[in-house]
Design a protein around this ligand. Structure first.
Ligand code: LRH
Ligand code: MN
Ligand code: MN
Length: 404
């Protein structure tokens, strides 16, 4: 099934290069720090131990790949001083040449959020959560960050223990208040997840709820699709097509999974799914004559078995290569085949693009932009991982590996 790249017509190559020119991916600060499962952490000697080290690592990923100029920040983990931490972030932006990206409020760690944050039945706790949202908006404004990316862990574990319907109202109020605080250029991304940490009902469980809440909040609120946050078998690309149609696709948290929200490397289990998602976007852009999109392509992965730097560079390459494969699809030809119901021909064209090895073409693109042809190889030979391992090993050996 593999085709050699040299046999690709000029026009296809140009289409792929144009697509690559338009692709930027945001990487998460938490992808560089020690994180774990619900049962424990496996500490890595090279993991970043503070925000400076997270910026240093993000900067190295950007130096190698050229397409990751922004870092997603989680307020509690990265800006523990809230608005008071903004000055430090600005300094790090200057030093490391990567900017703060989406700002992620954290409404799931404080003891007071045991029964929920924005949906807590206690109005005092709800108000505290709303205040955190407003502070997050102000942090984003001060950092010139467009997106505030909200995920709430709120939900319940047992039927009858919480009012599902009253909690909808509280959420709507909170998101409206957040929306009111935003500058006209900012956006509120509403992320959904069907389960975990709550196991009976989750307050924002699917894209329909996220869409409805975004509508209630105001015109600058849109939906965020985390690929790991769906029931098995869900047709995610169809959700993407709907969100595009409704004009509310704000962005992605990319990762892969086998069973649940496993946060595995993008496309490691099902690369065809990522290809299909990218295809829906490129197809929508073709037929609706959209040249620029506002979609925030973000990674939400924190590896505890793979080396963090290697995993992040591998992730970015994988995303880029799957995007390039989706760009191979000839939208006019595919539409013709679809309209004449030439099913096998349509599927063969689609599958053929997916099976094309674009790695040499992407490598050429990288070189033409002064980037290493193979960023992962370049990371290996750069000595960066050895350097940070040496610098951080002692600090990491003091990190708690269990939650006991
Ligand atoms: C929740 C989630 C959300 C959080 C991130 C750390 O599962 O996907 O986006 O902010 O993980
Ligand atoms: Mn996520
Ligand atoms: Mn998740």
């Amino acid at each position: 099934m593999e085709r050699s790249v040299s046999s690709l017509p000029q026009e296809k190559q140009e289409r792929v290069w144009r697509a690559l020119d338009g692709l930027q991916i945001e990487i998460p600060s938490w992808g560089f720090a020690n994180t774990g499962t619900r049962f424990g952490k496996f500490i890595q000697a090279a993991a970043a131990t503070n925000l400076t080290e997270k910026f240093a690592d993000a900067s190295e990923v950007h130096r190698l790949t050229g397409i990751t100029p922004t870092v997603a920040l989680h307020v509690l983990w990265d800006l523990p001083g809230g608005e008071g931490s903004v000055a430090q972030v600005k300094e790090l932006e200057q030093t490391y040449g990567v900017r703060a990206g989406s700002i992620n409020p954290n409404l799931f760690q404080d003891q007071e959020y045991k029964y929920g944050s924005l949906c807590n039945p206690d109005p005092v706790v709800r108000e505290k959560a709303v205040q955190h949202m407003l502070a997050s908006v102000r942090i984003a404004k001060a950092l010139d960050s467009r997106d505030i990316s909200l995920w709430v862990a709120d939900g319940s574990n047992y039927p009858g223990t919480q009012s599902i319907s009253r909690r909808i109202g509280w959420l709507e109020e909170a998101l409206k208040a957040t929306h009111n605080e935003m500058a006209p250029t900012q956006r509120l991304l509403v992320e959904y997840k069907p389960f975990e940490p709550a196991f009976y009902h989750t307050d924002i469980a699917d894209w329909g709820m996220a869409y409805s809440l975004a509508k209630a909040a105001g015109p600058q609120a849109v939906v965020l699709v985390d690929t790991g946050h769906h029931a098995l078998g869900t047709n995610i690309e169809q959700i993407v097509a709907w969100l595009l149609h409704l004009g509310v696709l704000g962005g992605f948290h990319f990762n892969d999974r086998k069973f649940a929200d496993d946060d595995l490397t993008i496309g490691s289990i099902d690369p065809y799914q990522v290809f299909r998602i990218f295809h829906e976007i490129l197809s929508y852009k073709t037929w609706n004559k959209v040249h620029e999109d506002q979609i925030a392509y973000m990674i939400d992965q924190s590896h505890n078995l793979k080396g963090k730097m290697e995993a992040m560079v591998q992730t970015v390459m994988q995303a880029q290569e799957l995007f390039a494969r989706a760009a191979l699809v000839d939208q006019n030809l595919l539409a013709e085949l679809q309209d004449s119901c030439k099913l096998v021909e349509a599927e063969e064209h689609f599958r053929g693009c997916f099976y094309t090895d674009v790695r040499p073409m992407v490598a050429e693109w990288r070189q033409s932009r002064g980037l290493p042809a193979n960023p992962l190889e370049a990371l290996r030979t750069s000595g960066y991982v050895e350097k940070i391992t040496e610098e951080r090993a002692a600090k990491n050996s003091n990190t708690q590996s269990s939650y006991a």
